[in-house]
Design a protein around this ligand. Structure first.
Ligand code: ADP
Length: 543
């Protein structure tokens, strides 16, 4: 075996199977100047073995027409390395006798044994083959790259659910489309392509309700040679509907004619369904808001009407009830003062009862009117400096009779030296009367209601403490609300409107004071009102 390797980088492997040893020498000398690796084997078997181990790029078989197995040998090489080029070298003039027995890819040259012909032909043949092999390799690399790109492209199309298509405007048919484009229609690529042979056939894929719109828009874009961005529904082969978005662009030739249109095609069903769902939710929300607004307006109208009625009712109370009641109270007072001696015991009792009831009615009506005034912001109070001790003494004296009714006594404790506060005398009296009458109402007979006054940090505090049924902690927070009566059972049922403490609180606050309660059930309650004290040096003289 003969191995010859050129010093340069060898990039082509050549096998020569000579017919006789001197043919190898001749062959080798003909390859002078070519970068190559050459194996010259002694027999065919050895050549086959080497080719099997490491395939050659070119195999030259030196062949004699009189050798019976020559053709079979060549075929064996072909089978073992299908990518390699096989050349047969025959003696001059014998070429045609074997070409018919071999595949067309195997070329033969009748230069065997002809040194000058070999030198003329072989270098060129090998260079050409080298180039062919290189370009084959390059083509293979390109093909692989193209395949890779194609795969990436297809995956991208599938991921984005986007198909691509091109319409032939001249022949009015689909020129080509991507696999994904056909898949969105629910058919294979071949089926789809077979179905789009005209605009009419293409429109068959569009949902019947969208066809008119689809046709008019695509025609307009074609005539105006404009880009188009369209959403419509497609009927898939299985009858299901999908929403698609189609974006297209015309391709115009040198004469200004639209020859083709290319476009993308995207399945936007899930996006569209979410949009529809959101629109539905929005509409139903809007309907609910409208309905609720109407209800609120109705409720507001009803409340306004009720308010109107209430105002009319209160003004009726004022004119029709308070005025005669004042006169009744006056008459009862006169009757009591002037002619009570002439009554029998029963008559006097009846007179007392009438006076008590008239008094309660008077308080109730005044409470209602105050409540209304306060609600309307019309409860105006004029304040001036007062010695609170003196005002308290007056109130206690005036309500002496009331305390007796419940067999309790009001006792003023603590400090009696003047303490000056900005107050409204009448309203302060009303506040105290309410606290005292509550204390009396809810106290057991024979107990005292202690009223104490003290001053701390320039704040004057007046507390009214009873030893009555008390108020639970939970209810203490609510006693100052309007129309609150804590218990309607007999033990508490002492009359009243549930307005007294609410009005009291408003009045105290209007006089820049605060009110609070401390109580324990069955251990009595203490209501405390606090006002800012006026320093003595600011008071010129007691009024
Ligand atoms: P009313 O005019 O009905 O007495 P008030 O607003 O003055 O209304 O009082 C509200 C409720 O607070 C009363 O119905 C009563 O249940 C409770 N309450 C007020 N003061 C006392 C008190 N000193 N002891 C126990 N409960 C009281």
């Amino acid at each position: 075996m003969f191995t010859c390797s050129m010093t340069e980088t060898t990039d082509i492997r050549i096998l020569f199977v000579p017919n006789e040893p001197k043919a190898g020498v001749l062959f080798n000398s003909a390859l002078d100047g070519i970068t190559h690796t050459l194996e010259i084997v002694d027999d065919v078997k050895q050549g086959l073995f080497l080719h099997h181990e490491h395939p050659f790029d070119i195999i030259f078989v030196d062949y004699r027409p009189d050798q019976a197995n020559g053709v079979d040998t060549t075929k064996m090489f072909l089978e073992d390395g299908p990518d390699c080029r096989l050349f047969i070298l025959t003696p001059p003039g014998t070429k045609t006798s074997i070409t018919s027995q071999l595949p067309a890819s195997v070329e033969s040259f009748d230069i065997s044994g002809d040194a000058s012909a070999s030198r003329r032909l072989l270098p060129g043949l090998i260079r050409l083959t080298k180039d062919l092999i290189a370009s084959d390799r390059y083509a293979k690399i390109l093909e692989n790259k193209i395949n890779e790109l194609e795969t990436v492209h297809q995956q991208a199309e599938m991921l984005a659910d986007i198909g691509i298509w091109e319409w032939d405007e001249v022949d009015d048919k689909m020129l080509w489309c991507s696999e994904q484009h056909a898949r969105i229609h629910g058919v294979s690529h071949d089926e789809y392509m077979a179905s789009v042979t005209s605009v009419e056939a293409d429109t068959e894929w569009v949902h019947p309700d969208d066809r008119e719109y689809y046709l008019s828009e695509t025609m307009r874009a074609y005539h105006d040679a404009e880009e188009l961005d369209l959403e419509y529904r497609v009927l898939k082969r299985d009858g299901k509907t999908v929403y698609v978005r189609e974006v297209s662009k015309p391709i115009i030739d040198d004469t200004g004619t639209v020859v083709r249109t290319i476009g993308t095609f995207q399945d936007i069903t899930s996006l569209k369904l979410t949009e529809i769902e959101m629109r539905r939710a929005h509409n139903s929300l809007e309907a609910k808001v409208l309905e609720r607004t109407a209800q609120l307006e109705k409720a507001r109208d009803a409340a306004e009407a009720a308010n109107q009625t209430k105002s009319q009712f209160l003004s009726t109370i004022n004119h029709e009830l308070r005025t005669p009641l004042t006169s009744i109270k006056g008459c009862l007072g006169l009757l009591n003062g002037l002619v009570s001696d002439e009554f029998s015991d029963t008559g006097r009792e009846l007179l007392d009862m009438a006076r008590r009831n008239a008094d309660s009615l008077h308080v109730l009506i005044n409470d209602l009117l105050d409540y209304e005034k306060n609600a309307l912001g019309k409860l105006d109070i004029v304040l001036s400096p007062h010695n609170i001790i003196k005002l308290l003494q007056n109130v206690i004296e005036d309500s002496h009779g009331y305390a007796e009714t419940f067999s309790v006594s009001f006792v003023l404790l603590g400090n009696t030296s003047p303490l000056w506060v900005e107050l409204n005398e009448i309203r302060f009296g009303q506040v105290m009367l309410n606290l005292l009458s509550n204390a009396a109402k809810f106290s057991p007979p024979g107990t005292t209601v202690d009223i104490s006054v003290f001053e701390k940090n320039n704040t004057v505090k007046v507390s009214v403490r009873d030893h009555g049924i008390g108020i639970s902690t939970e209810h203490q927070n609510r006693v100052f609300e309007h129309f609150i009566q804590l218990d309607s059972s007999d033990s508490r049922h002492q009359g009243g409107t549930g307005l007294g403490l609410a009005i009291t609180k408003s009045l105290v606050e209007k006089m820049h004071g605060t009110i609070s309660v401390e109580s324990k059930p069955a251990a009595g309650s203490t209501f405390t009102v606090s006002f800012p004290r006026i320093a003595d040096d600011k008071i010129s003289s007691e009024p």
